[in-house]
Design a protein around this ligand. Structure first.
Ligand code: SF4
Length: 276
């Protein structure tokens, strides 16, 4: 059963292919955006979900093998293909599986003490686009998945507005894999301790484009300490991978006036993905 956001992404992609212009208004409140997109979805004809293991959505790269990593009970995760000789039916990469196992057992920093789950990633490891956020919150810690709750729903709908879906066409992770207590900001030594996991994910997933959401991801990936408002609006490079930065969806929920800026960032992201 596909999620509403996934069905919406497929529907919007169909409309886009038929020549319909953008569907997100220039100015919107999160509630208005949700209502607008949900009403479009309700009015849309039923869209069959792509078969798992079949061809990827437009944003996918090498098949739609979907990862929902986090709780150990979810089992091994198929890694991305690394060469043309690797097909969607190839066996899992031992490197990627090993990295995930390393993360799930990690005790390199104090955050291991209070966590319920290591939140490794979600989405499709074969996707062209990799989204990097900040750190798990309470819901993420409880479920083992990044970007759940209201911020996660908003992220899914924002992605759907540009015909991307979490299930097929993006890979999502955070700078930190464990929840800071009380949702405080990550500390520098925690970011340093966890960086090897993020570096490993970027290397093994090998995305064509990176999107940093929020200050911590943007600053780590750009190697600067500049505020997000000064960083956004440009294309950077992380070890040769084009990088766009924008606001964290949780920040958008608190600051609806930034939605237009986020929309501009998404348009920049789309142009970069078209050129990648
Ligand atoms: S936050 Fe990162 S470095 Fe710290 S315990 Fe969790 S996985 Fe390990």
């Amino acid at each position: 059963m596909s999620s509403p956001a996934h069905r919406l992404a497929v529907y919007l992609d169909q409309r886009r292919r038929m020549g319909e212009p953008g569907v997100v208004p220039d100015q919107f409140e999160p509630g208005e955006l949700l209502a607008s997109l949900k009403s479009r979805l309700a009015a849309a004809p039923s869209v069959p979900a792509p078969r798992r293991g079949g061809r990827a959505h437009a944003g996918g790269r090498r098949g739609s093998r979907t990862e929902a990593a986090g709780p150990a009970s979810r089992g091994p995760v198929p890694p991305p293909s690394r060469s043309p000789s690797i097909t969607p039916d190839s066996p899992p990469s031992p490197d990627y599986a090993a990295l995930r196992e390393t993360a799930l057992a990690c005790v390199r920093c104090r955050l291991s003490e209070g966590r319920r789950h290591v939140v490794f990633s979600d989405g499709n490891p074969a996707a062209r686009l990799m989204i990097v956020g900040e750190a798990p919150g309470a819901r993420e810690d409880a479920t083992g998945l990044p970007f759940v709750g209201q911020a996660g729903k908003l992220l899914d709908l924002i992605l759907a507005s540009v015909s991307l879906s979490r299930r097929d066409s993006v890979y999502i992770c955070n700078v930190l894999k464990c929840r800071p207590p009380g949702n405080r900001n990550p500390l520098p030594d925690e970011i340093e301790a966890c960086a090897r996991l993020l570096k490993g994910q970027i290397e093994l997933v090998a995305p064509e484009v990176l999107l940093a959401v929020g200050s911590f991801a943007a600053q780590w990936l750009t190697g600067t300490t500049r505020p997000l408002g000064k960083l956004r609006g440009k294309v950077y490079s992380y070890q040769g991978v084009p990088l766009v930065v924008t606001y964290h969806p949780a920040a958008l929920l608190r600051n609806p006036g930034w939605n237009r800026l986020c929309w501009d960032d998404l348009q920049l992201l789309c142009r970069v993905m078209d050129e990648a």
